[in-house]
Ligand binder design. Structure first.
Ligand code: FES
Length: 81
């Protein structure tokens, strides 16, 4: 079975930004990033904190990447100090 990664994007100040990470649950990238900073666990755990749960699962790999990226960004300033 082949999965298709779906992301809606818009142009903002020359940067490509994802609008929705999870289409099934209408979870925006910004909301996912914020939740990743506030809660522990992987994508399914963060979705649960948002009151959602995966449906088709197509977004989970991208969500895991975004969550990891967001948490790394939190740690980097402290590591550089
Ligand atoms: S796109 Fe996230 S569960 Fe379907």
């Amino acid at each position: 079975m082949q999965f298709i990664r779906i992301s809606l994007r818009w142009q903002s100040k020359g940067n490509r930004r994802r609008m929705y990470t999870c289409i099934c649950n209408a979870i925006k990238e910004a909301d996912l990033r914020k939740a990743a900073r506030q809660h522990r666990g992987g994508a399914e755990s963060v979705y649960a904190k948002l009151g959602k749960r995966p449906n088709c699962g197509h977004c989970l790999e991208e969500a895991e990447d975004l969550i990891a990226e967001e948490r790394e960004a939190l740690v980097e300033p402290m590591a550089a100090a």
